[in-house]
Design a protein around this ligand. Structure first.
Ligand code: IDP
Length: 140
């Protein structure tokens, strides 16, 4: 039996773009062996972000998160590969960049900047259902 090829949505969040880390993040995705299928620079509006983060509505970090995601351009990437959904989450590291493992994108490149939202450089879909929903939102 072979492992099926999956697709996931990766976002380089506004902090990653502003810090000129897009190339470094793409390099890590490619070096792991995943394929870049589509890529675009997006100025996300409230409508898109409230759908993307619907599950977090009402949480204390929701408003700062939506504001942060509108603070600058985002690079949206469609990435393909066997088990790429869990594979990219592993490359990204855990949510809090201060404690994310060294070797991961968040662990190597991110930290706490004293803000209400964790600026942790990247987003990656967390399940096949989320990936399908999010890819439709960001790539239509
Ligand atoms: P994930 O991006 O690691 O999957 P989620 O729990 O889906 O994490 O949260 C979405 C985003 O919201 C995070 O990436 C981070 O930017 C922000 N966030 C999550 N939890 C907190 C928190 O407790 N404080 C501040 N920001 C948070």
């Amino acid at each position: 039996m072979t492992t099926p090829v999956e697709e996931t949505l990766v976002l380089v969040k506004p902090d990653g773009v502003a810090r000129n880390l897009t190339g470094e993040i793409l390099r890590r995705i490619e070096a792991k062996g995943y394929q870049l299928v589509d890529i675009r620079l997006v100025e996300a509006d409230l409508e898109l972000l409230s759908q993307h983060y619907a599950e977090h509505q009402g949480k204390p970090f929701y408003e700062p998160l939506i504001e942060f995601m509108q603070s600058g351009p985002i690079v949206a990437i469609r990435v393909a590969g066997e088990r790429v959904i869990e594979g990219f989450r592993s490359l990204a590291g855990t949510t809090d960049p201060t404690t994310a493992a060294p070797g991961t994108i968040r662990g190597d490149l991110g930290r706490d900047w004293g803000l209400k939202v964790q600026q942790n450089l990247v987003h990656g879909s967390d399940s096949p259902e989320s990936a399908a929903r999010e890819l439709a939102l960001w790539f239509g």
